[in-house]
Design a protein around this ligand. Structure first.
Ligand code: FAD
Length: 297
């Protein structure tokens, strides 16, 4: 199923996984997937290494989900380290195996003396165009968005200008970077609407189960952790149970507020674990609008 189509009629719940390195990690991931499949999410997605490092593993996990479960799957694809020939090969392969959803990304710039292959797509917008030019509407295409701006963007005008380019190039929907203060998301969506951007912008939710890990992620991607959340979690940084309990409580309140404000869906960064996401889902499921057109996005 194409995610762009599904989003027209239903509130979307989705889960993101990364492709594990070991057979043991893969076995555990499929346990997680089995538990989360019971929630009947709208789709699940599988991340991709920026340098193309997970090319085979992303394909393998996406294919297994596609063939071994009833879930709709989206493969992430980063373009910065691939030639156009490689991108064509990867996309043609996804088409051949019946995977219809791609999250089109540039990927983080590899560190050091990185030289992109000749003719490579330097920004995600070029990948969106490339997909549309070569595959027309076979794929539903999603893109990333950044309510607190991408670290490389000098300001919000810049952020929205280039986000809009991705939408004009043919993106059907977007998933945001994680954020912990909903006001950033609301302001971002409002500015997008003023610029005529009307695709669904699905908030990305990161359940906190390990505070030092999240602090590291947040500083890398420029997500603000509100002082009140720091004060809630810092004293329990060495206590995974208490961190999970408080992190889950925070995410429940965050999701309740987002749903009350008419978001088109919720995308959970699961880090391949089901427990926190299951707890959040159980607490908010009575609020999820069944098959409605979203009001905000
Ligand atoms: P772009 O949209 O290309 O933007 C990157 C920067 O360039 C922005 O500052 C933008 O404003 C600027 N820009 C865009 N176009 C132009 C232009 N024409 N001229 C000048 N500046 C321009 N990374 C992975 O490696 N694998 C994943 O699977 C993955 N999944 C993700 C999923 C989500 C939901 C999100 C939010 C991020 C994900 N990322 C992933 C991280 C992402 O790859 C990085 O944030 C990366 O640095 C930017 O990718 P992008 O597609 O947003 O880039």
């Amino acid at each position: 199923m194409k995610i762009g189509e599904l989003l027209k009629s239903e509130f979307s719940i989705s889960f993101e996984f990364f492709p594990p390195k070991s057979p043991e990690g893969e076995r555990e991931l499929f346990e997680t997937i089995k538990e989360l499949e019971a929630l009947k999410p709208t789709f699940v997605s599988v991340t991709y290494g920026a340098g193309g490092s997970t090319r085979d593993r992303t394909r393998r996990i996406a294919y297994r989900i596609h063939t071994e479960t009833k879930l709709t799957v989206m493969a992430h694809l980063t373009c910065i380290a691939h030639s156009k020939e490689e991108l064509l090969e990867i996309l043609q392969d996804y088409k051949n195996i019946g995977i219809e959803n791609i999250l089109a990304l540039r990927g983080d710039m590899p560190k050091g003396d990185f030289q992109a292959p000749k003719g490579a797509c330097k920004y995600a917008v070029e990948l969106v165009r490339f997909i549309r030019e070569n595959f027309d509407n076979f794929f539903s295409v999603g893109v990333a968005s950044y309510p607190e701006k991408h670290p490389e963007s000098p300001n919000m005008e810049w952020e929205i200008r280039f986000f809009k380019e991705k939408v004009l190039a043919g993106a059907d929907f977007s998933i945001t970077q994680m954020f912990f203060d909903n006001s950033y998301y609301y302001r971002f969506v409002e500015r997008c609407h003023k610029e005529g951007i009307n695709i669904p912008i699905i908030p990305g939710i990161m359940p906190i189960t390990n505070f030092s890990q999240i602090k590291k992620f947040a500083s890398m991607c420029g997500a603000t952790i509100p002082q009140s959340l720091v004060e809630t979690l810092e004293p329990y940084a060495e206590d995974p149970e208490e961190t999970t309990k408080r992190g889950v409580e925070f995410a429940i309140r965050q999701c309740e507020d987002l749903i009350a404000n008419g978001v088109p869906g919720l995308h959970f960064y699961t880090l391949n674990k089901s427990r926190a996401t299951l707890l959040i889902y159980q607490a908010i499921k009575h609020l999820i609008p069944p098959k409605v057109l979203s009001r905000l996005c």
